[in-house]
Design a protein around this ligand. Structure first.
Ligand code: SF4
Ligand code: SF4
Ligand code: SF4
Length: 284
């Protein structure tokens, strides 16, 4: 029995037995090797579910809104499961709101080129960090050798070079907010960029205001980012968003000791929302 067969069978059972009200997975898309997220409430739709190397979307963010309908069943790989841990640890959902069917993941591929996605080449945890049952075996994929390779490249630039580089990045941003919408850490019901108050945040599409948006978002999620790479994958302008995310994560690792967010349900509170007398204050 393949993992996909198990997922279909278990989704059907869970919905039929009323153990979940909704099930989240993927279905085949309109194009060859394309899939899209699928939310079903009827057991007869379970055979639409697919699980293959083209399931590029992570699913965790969908749970935020769907749990209002009752308990949710869903498929989780490493990235999806860490997104769920994030939502639980941020008290957006409860552990008992979700029933998690884990699948081991060796990475997903671009539907046109067949190449492993960048986010998967950089992924450190392909197997679920939490689940209620597994569909198939863990993948046990090897971790990439260097977590902060891209950051080192940026750090080697001179300050003016860095400035020019990031201005070029912010100049291309079209403020579509896809990066925010896919992010399992961006769970505010009303995001700061949607505030209508005058002078709260600039809405114009220019380098200064795009920079303000991007840096504010990076700092909002700095100690919670699960490094899933979804923001960078979803960006229609191809902006290298993980460079900045990982720069901040690397700095936090240097300042507060090595950590990875959202690996367990009992993780310590975020580094930026706690205070300790021995915290580094070299910038003061
Ligand atoms: S980020 Fe990791 S867990 Fe998620 S799809 Fe890619 S390899 Fe799999
Ligand atoms: S990698 Fe991007 S989408 Fe994923 S948690 Fe971090 S900021 Fe959010
Ligand atoms: S997804 Fe890309 S273009 Fe859209 S707001 Fe985010 S950085 Fe800008």
């Amino acid at each position: 029995m393949t993992a996909q067969d198990t997922i279909r069978a278990r989704a059907r059972e869970l919905l039929e037995n009323g153990e979940v009200t909704t099930f989240i997975g993927w279905e085949s898309g309109r194009f060859e090797n394309q899939t899209t997220p699928l939310v079903i409430t009827d057991a007869s739709d379970a055979d639409k579910l697919v699980c293959n190397e083209y399931c590029v979307n992570t699913l965790a963010k969908y749970a935020r809104d769907v749990v209002t309908r009752g308990k949710v069943g869903m498929v989780v790989r490493g990235c999806d499961s860490r997104g769920i841990v994030r939502l639980i640890n941020d008290q957006v959902i409860n552990r008992e709101d979700v029933y998690l069917i884990g699948v081991g993941c060796a990475g997903v591929r671009d539907r046109k080129t067949g190449e492993l996605l960048k986010k998967c080449a950089e992924c450190r945890h392909g197997d679920p960090v939490i689940c209620d049952e597994m569909a198939g075996d863990a993948a046990g994929r090897p971790q990439p050798s260097e977590r902060f390779k891209e950051v080192h490249e940026v750090e080697l630039m001179t300050q003016p070079e860095r400035s020019r580089y990031f201005e070029g990045v912010y100049a291309k941003c079209i403020r579509c907010y896809a990066c925010r919408d896919v992010c399992p850490c961006c769970t505010c019901r009303e995001c700061f960029v949607d505030q209508r108050r005058e002078n709260w945040v600039g809405k114009q599409n220019n380098v200064a205001e795009n920079r303000f948006y991007s840096l504010t978002r990076v700092m909002h999620i700095a100690d919670r980012c699960i490094e899933c790479g979804e923001c960078e994958r979803a960006c229609p302008m191809g902006l290298p968003l993980m460079k900045l995310n990982r720069k901040v994560i690397k700095d936090l690792n240097d300042l507060f000791g090595e950590f990875e967010s959202s690996m367990t349900l009992d993780e310590e509170p975020g580094k930026l929302i706690t205070y300790d007398l021995v915290d580094c204050e070299e910038f003061m």
